[in-house]
Design a protein around this ligand. Structure first.
Ligand code: KG4
Ligand code: ZN
Length: 338
């Protein structure tokens, strides 16, 4: 089975073709980072318009790179939610329209299920069950995963997502949007443990996160300290240490609670090297293993949507002809795939 995947939930247009026997046949990505940089964040209307401009040329490119025609496709998967409604509707309209005119089945995919399954695009895939730490610009979640569509949300952020906290703190440090990777680069030049930031909600039981206080702590520290490059790097490093430690403490707690031996990390922040190193070390000590996608599939992409959609289409699941976007969509309401 071969499925075309379409991702347009935020500021990346991602298109891919996935074959259940041969794996990923092609993927094309256009990032709108430059378009939004002047505004310091994603401008939803500009995002939607740019998806409209890029989506068809990228679909043509992905099909050509896979050396395929439309006839070779068995279905279409597009991101239905969560995300920016205008951006989602571009992918949903195009995916639905192509499915209708090409007479192919189509399905709307949950964006976070796409992230969660992205490690399946790699050679060394995690077996079920596992614990998933999903950390992106819009979400921070700990999920118990028993199988595809069998998700239990064990904890989530009560305020900012981890990526959002990275982006906001980066802005305070004078770094351009998107700040997460830039803050990580600055943090690498910092002297470890120069500052001690709080580890929010780790002294109380439970698996929820809170990151907005960390951003405020960073704002106060930045205001009170000198503005030279080394001090800024030290502050970035202390912020990153605090986020990574907090996530690691909650993962360890969730692993203990569930008894799972495998940990998957996915979403944009899973590209963070300090986070990967910390969780790899922790899993080694616990006798388990950590899995994450290659860097380009940590952030938004079409490959993860093609993969997730294929699993559901293969199980006979399809969506009706109506064009729907679902900006809010709880992950634990998805149908299981057996
Ligand atoms: O998954 P993603 O592409 O989009 C959403 O679904 O939200 O995640 C983007 C987020 C941004 O907040 C970005 O700053 C963050 O992931 N990010 C990082 C790194 N790379 C991307 N944060 C920390 N360190 C990184 N290396
Ligand atoms: Zn995402």
């Amino acid at each position: 089975m071969r499925v075309l995947g379409i991702e347009t939930s935020c500021d990346e247009t991602g298109i891919a073709v996935y074959d259940d026997k041969k794996g990923l046949l092609s993927h094309a990505l256009y990032s709108q980072v430059k378009l939004h940089a002047d505004y310091g964040g994603v401008v939803p209307e500009l995002a939607s318009r740019d998806h409209v401009r890029k989506i068809v040329p990228l679909i043509r490119q992905a099909l050509a790179d896979a050396d395929m025609t439309i006839e070779d496709l068995d279905g279409i998967a597009y991101t239905k939610g969560p995300g920016l409604i205008g951006a989602l509707l571009v992918g949903a309209c195009v995916g639905r329209a192509l499915a209708f005119s090409w007479d192919k089945p189509a399905i709307g995919v949950h964006h976070m299920e796409g992230h969660l399954l992205a490690p399946m695009l790699e050679d060394d895939v995690p077996a079920f069950p596992f614990l998933a730490l999903l950390v992106s610009g819009g979400h921070s979640m700990l999920v118990g995963v028993e199988g595809i569509g069998r998700y239990e949300v064990l904890g989530e952020s009560v305020d900012d997502a981890a990526g959002e906290a990275f982006d906001k703190t980066a802005k305070l440090l004078g770094l351009d949007y998107p700040g997460g990777p830039r803050l990580a680069k600055l943090a690498a030049k910092g002297i470890e443990k120069s500052y001690r930031f709080p580890r929010p909600m780790t002294d109380k039981p439970g698996l929820n996160f809170s990151f907005s206080g960390l951003k405020t702590f960073a704002a106060n520290t930045i205001a009170a300290e000198p503005k030279d490059d080394q001090t800024r790097a030290n502050i970035a490093c202390a912020f990153e240490e605090a986020v990574v430690d907090t996530l690691a403490i909650k993962c360890k707690r969730a692993l203990k609670q569930t008894g799972y031996e495998r940990l998957v990390i996915a979403g944009g922040v899973s590209a963070n090297t300090r986070l990967r190193a910390s969780l790899a070390e922790m899993m080694k000590n616990l006798g388990g293993k950590v899995y994450y996608p290659r860097d380009e599939f940590c952030t938004d992409n079409g490959a993860m949507i093609a993969y997730a959609g294929l699993q559901r289409l293969k199980a006979g699941q399809t969506d009706d002809l109506s064009v729907k976007g679902q900006p809010r969509w709880p992950l634990d309401t998805l149908a299981p795939v057996d």
